[in-house]
Ligand binder design. Structure first.
Ligand code: 13P
Ligand code: SF4
Length: 302
């Protein structure tokens, strides 16, 4: 099928299945172009929780589709590529977290949404990069455990007096950014502002003009007077920014900042997902019952 035929078929099947297509900001351009809702983890969780459609096709990574299923358990949630996991979500599991909790019995657990449903099921509340600071500030406790991202956790720790116990997880895409990358980019583009995702290392975050979730980056670019922007996140974000604010110029902080699993989903996969109802997300009901509470608590506090 040609690209146009695929897009038409996706449109037709979407109506037939009463489906909505949710797409993360890092997906490839053709997939971003067929989105009903395009956004960061928080935008897409909110949409998944409130949509009236019967089917959700989630173009992103597995924890995002699982979160959609947790928030809308009665819906059919499909992920076009089942192997598209988040490497960071695999850096902590339920057993390891329970052991860490037993070493810090007074602490409440804040789990980044980039975790499995099992990890969420033994956490008190979830957060995304867009609301992490707010959630930690609002949480009624003096001590927290933050899993799994050490970088987001240490960014959040700067905005609270609470004691924060970090977990040594990280995102391989963002953790590779260095001070030298920033110096080089600023040398080449002295007029540009630098926006950075809080999954980047603390020394890079410290040099940013603004630290933002992926959708926060769009708002920043819309509001700033700067014409040129250095983008410190996964490079898929540049297509999204060009689409939303085309009059500005964007430079990647690093050309090879690519999340491999975010790039797996193609138009053909979305078509097959809708036509063959694949791959449907199923969760253990006991795990889901507990994991849902931590996601619902996040939506309540943010
Ligand atoms: P956002 O919620 O900011 O889109 O981040 C998700 C993610 O996986 C970043 O690597
Ligand atoms: Fe996970 Fe990093 Fe990919 Fe985001 S960019 S999905 S945190 S591996």
């Amino acid at each position: 099928m040609t690209k146009d035929d695929l897009v038409k078929e996706i449109e037709r099947l979407k109506k037939e299945r009463d489906a909505i297509i949710l797409v993360h900001n890092y997906q490839i351009p053709e997939v971003q172009d067929i989105a009903d809702e395009l956004g960061d983890s928080l935008d897409l969780s909110r949409k998944a929780a409130t949509t009236t459609k019967k089917t959700i096709v989630f173009c992103g990574v597995l924890f995002m589709a699982q979160s959609a299923k947790l928030l809308s358990p009665e819906k059919n949630v499909l992920i076009p590529r089942i192997e598209a996991g988040c490497a960071m979500a695999a850096m902590v599991n339920k057993e390891e977290l329970l052991k860490f909790k037993s070493e810090h019995p007074k602490a409440k657990v804040v789990a980044y949404v980039n975790t499995t449903a099992e990890t969420k099921s033994v956490s008190d509340v979830c957060c995304t990069s867009a609301n992490a600071v707010k959630i930690v500030q609002k949480l009624d406790t003096d001590e927290i455990i933050f899993v799994p991202d050490k970088n987001l956790g240490s960014y959040v720790a700067k905005f609270t007096d609470k004691k924060v116990h970090l977990w040594p997880g990280y995102c391989y895409v963002h953790n590779q950014f260095t001070v030298e990358d920033v110096e080089k980019a600023r040398d080449f583009h002295p007029e540009a502002k630098l926006i950075v995702h809080p999954e980047a290392p603390a020394e890079v975050v410290a040099l940013a003009d603004s630290v933002e979730s992926t959708s926060g980056m769009i708002r920043y670019v819309q509001e700033t007077d700067a014409r040129e922007i250095i983008v410190g996140t996964e490079i898929g974000m540049i297509y999204r920014l060009e689409r939303e604010v085309p009059e500005k110029i964007y430079y990647p902080l690093k050309e090879n900042a690519v999340c491999k699993n975010m790039k797996l989903t193609t138009l053909e996969d979305v078509y097959k997902s809708l036509s063959e109802k694949r791959y449907e997300i199923f969760l253990d009901s006991k795990v889901a019952e507990k994991a849902r509470l931590s996601l619902e608590k996040m939506l309540e506090l943010s």
